[in-house]
Write a protein that binds this ligand. Structure first.
Ligand code: NAD
Ligand code: DAU
Length: 352
């Protein structure tokens, strides 16, 4: 059995679904169900005994100790985090709490559990930490893509808190010998992506006839990876990764934001044409994000070379699947848009 944290969020839920589609090894899923956690993401697992959901906080040491003692997981895959850069600018406290203190709590609980194992159990145990390319900072137009040896230069409260968590994970290996692995991945997209992030926000706004808010000049570059390719990369690291090692994960898909928005408009024009005209009419340039990183790009050669991992989707196939998924799952989107989401839209966009 494995313990997953944050398995009701975007990537965590995709991971749990993907894991149970290729393996019968049960998953204990610990998630606090913050605004970003959504059990509807896991509705297809209802009644499946291989999925044990526990609502709880990764900062709750007693609870985490109990889960280790009860379920004796052979590995933990740690997704739980506050993940949205804009929210970290408006309220960084939750990011330090969950991303730093939460990771510390899990590391200590995992260390306690690991120490209790026999030699074979100790050697087999893994703590996999899911991190981000944002810890490396921002690239210039001609800089090489981020490799695993790139210096850390986090620029937002979010990326700084993730960088801190990466350092804790590294130290728990170096000092205590805990068998950890870390993956630093580029921007994910796909089903169940919370509509505060660029791609699902643009799709939701376009379908509602609302402005498509492009920050600054729209020329910031992100490196996009379809979410199930991230899941397969994590499975590969868990199965074959070397303790203490870091693996960068990306799809070699660098795109400026404005190109992403135009691609989404073109797909929507094809799949759900609006009688009022092309969705591009809704594109609106708005005040930039403070401290906005200009470019991210991942050099994924290490995981490709050492673990034989390759993404299955191209950007063209992945983005089409994504738009089709959102068109087919409007109810899922509607449930989110009707809640506290409205307050967030007011906080982030009203003054732009
Ligand atoms: P998300 O915001 O969609 O989901 C986060 C999940 O963590 C939610 O289900 C939430 O309820 C849960 N959570 C938050 N605080 C918690 C706490 N204190 N205790 C227990 N659960 C808690 O995030 P995501 O986009 O799925 O990202 C998952 C992980 O992947 C994060 O660690 C993020 O840094 C990393 N990552 C994300 C991307 C991306 O493009 N989204 C890319 C690279 C790495
Ligand atoms: O790079 C990996 C990271 O990708 C993850 O670690 C984060 O958890 C994840 O949220 C994501 O961070 P970004 O800040 O890159 O993602 P976001 O979707 O918020 O924004 C993508 C780009 O689009 C970024 O340059 C900001 C821009 N943007 C975003 C929003 C929400 C806009 O222009 N308008 C918007 O309304």
């Amino acid at each position: 059995m494995i313990l997953v944290t944050g398995g009701a969020g975007f990537i965590g839920a995709n991971f749990v679904l993907d894991w149970l589609s290729v393996s019968d090894e049960p998953v204990v899923n610990l998630d606090a169900l913050t605004y970003a956690g959504n059990l509807e993401n896991l509705a297809s697992l209802k009644g499946d005994p291989r999925h044990i959901f526990v609502q709880g906080d990764i900062c709750d040491r007693e609870l985490v100790d109990r889960l280790f003692a009860e379920h004796q997981p052979r590995a933990i895959v740690h997704f739980a985090a506050e993940s949205h850069v804009d929210r970290s600018i408006h309220g960084p406290g939750d990011f330090v709490r969950t991303n730093v203190t939460g990771t510390f709590t899990l590391l200590e609980a995992a260390r306690g559990h690991w120490m209790s194992l026999d030699e074979a159990g100790k050697a087999a145990f893994r703590f996999h930490h899911v991190s981000t390319d944002e810890v490396y900072g921002s690239l210039g137009p001609n800089d090489p893509a981020f490799s695993e040896t790139k210096t850390y230069e986090p620029n937002s409260p979010y990326s700084a808190s993730k960088a801190a968590s990466d350092h804790l994970v590294r130290a728990w290996h170096h000092t205590y010998g805990l068998p950890v692995t870390t993956s630093n991945c580029s921007n994910n997209y796909g089903p169940y992506h919370f509509p505060e992030k660029l791609i699902p926000l643009m799709i939701a706004n376009a379908l509602a006839g609302k402005p498509l808010p492009v920050y600054g000049d729209g020329q910031q570059i992100r490196d996009w990876l379809y979410v199930t390719d991230h899941c397969s990369a994590i499975r590969a690291v868990l199965a074959q990764g070397t303790p203490g090692e870091v693996y960068n994960v990306g799809g070699w898909n660098e795109k400026p934001n404005i190109e992403i928005v135009h691609t989404l408009c073109a797909l929507l024009d094809e799949l759900k044409p609006d009688p009022a005209g092309s969705y591009t009419r809704l594109i609106t340039y708005v005040t930039d994000r403070p401290g906005h990183d200009r470019r991210y790009a991942i050099d994924a050669r290490k995981i490709e070379r050492e673990l034989g991992w390759r993404p299955a989707e191209t950007f063209e196939t992945g983005i089409r699947k994504t738009v089709q998924w959102y068109l087919a799952n409007q109810e899922w989107v509607a449930h989110i848009l009707s809640g506290a989401y409205r307050d967030w839209v007011e906080t982030n966009y009203a003054a732009r």
